[in-house]
Design a protein around this ligand. Structure first.
Ligand SMILES: [Mg+2]
Length: 351
């Protein structure tokens, strides 16, 4: 089992979602790419004396590190923005901004706050080490430096940096997977519309919002006429295509703030926030017409040679003031629409 599998199991338990969903999520997680294996780590050398820079650069180049230079603290702060080094070698004694202050600034910056910093001190004194630690330095090396010691310290901190980067990458993969899971948990698998669960949440929320702000909103519910007959004649795969076709007709013809959901079977619901009954009727009528005019496969075998929908509309507060009463009202009107011959919108009576 690699690390990816561990995340997979963790998410499975955490979200309590059906297993089949995870195939796609898992493939997205994959294993973390190790950037440090295929690229030479980037080291920023900060020193005010050119010969010191040259010495360090020459040595680091022999170890396959890619070096960048800054001659003072300000340059270092600029360099980290573009170079994004994996490690910084920072001279303590510099004019203007000294190494301690530079270190503090680097650790405050967004780009370098997790970049390890080795302070290069001329004096091997305890006081400057303490100041360095206080400024956020991760390690120290004394000048003139011992090559093996420098190398050991550089390698050890690069390992830390690599682990940190991998962890960050894992975290963002998990965030993306969680986001995807969240979407899946709210979505109807066949049509891509929201599912009943989300519909219920949104409608309940709209009720609370409408109560508080004293605004109205509307609920459209519709179902496909003679759908059982269509399924029985042409099979469920053909029926599924009709459901998908209607779902895209709906989602392409409502506002961004509206919420379309598959209520169940061949029943759909659309929540229209901030929309009074009169306007909801226009939307409902538009959807009814769109479905009626859409050339569905095998429609000629249906009554009237078309796929049609019957539509019920209820609005807050006249049609109901709670989730249950609004749904019951739209549902009753939907059945009135059926009783009156189907392929119509009913937005009054019955409630
Ligand atoms: Mg110096």
């Amino acid at each position: 089992m690699n690390e990816g599998s561990t995340c997979f199991l963790y998410l499975t338990t955490g979200a309590n979602a059906p297993l089949f969903l995870f195939a796609s999520i898992y493939s997205g997680l994959g294993s973390v790419k190790n950037n440090h294996i295929n690229h030479h780590p980037k080291i920023l050398v900060v020193d005010d004396i050119p010969v010191n820079i040259q010495l360090l650069q020459a040595f680091l180049a022999t170890q396959n590190y890619k070096t960048f230079i800054a001659r003072n603290g300000e340059e270092a702060l600029q360099q980290v923005e573009t170079v994004e080094p994996d490690l910084i070698l920072l001279d303590v004694m510099m004019p203007k901004m000294n190494g301690f202050e530079t270190c503090r600034q680097l650790k405050k910056s967004e780009k370098a706050k997790y970049t390890p910093i080795i302070m290069v001190t001329a004096l091997n004194e305890i006081e400057s080490k303490i100041r360095g630690i206080e400024a956020g330095a991760d390690d120290f090396i004394s000048k003139p430096f011992n090559k093996l010691e420098l190398l050991a310290r550089v390698r050890s901190l690069l390992r830390v940096k690599m682990l940190h980067d991998q962890l960050q990458e894992k975290i963002s993969q998990l965030e993306r997977a969680k986001e995807r899971l969240r979407e899946l948990a709210l979505t109807d698998g066949l049509t891509g519309l929201y599912n009943y669960r989300h519909f219920k949440d949104v409608l309940s929320m709209e009720v609370r919002r409408a109560e508080r702000h004293r605004i109205s909103f509307s609920l459209i519910m519709f179902d496909i006429d003679y759908f059982k007959q269509y399924n029985d004649t042409h099979g469920h795969l053909a029926g599924d295509k009709v459901l998908q076709g209607i779902a895209s007709l709906v989602s392409n013809n409502i506002r961004k703030i509206d919420v379309a959901a598959r209520y169940g079977g061949e029943e759909f619901a659309v929540i229209l926030p901030n929309t009074p009954a009169a306007n909801a009727r226009i939307v409902a009528e538009k959807l009814r017409k769109l479905v009626e005019q859409f050339p569905f496969e095998f429609q000629e075998t249906q009554p009237n040679n078309r796929i049609t929908i019957s539509v019920g509309v209820s609005s807050y507060p006249t049609g109901g003031r709670t989730f249950e009463t609004l749904v019951a009202c739209a549902d009753k009107r939907l059945y009135l629409a059926k009783a009156r011959g189907k392929n119509i919108v009913v937005d009054e009576g019955g409630c």
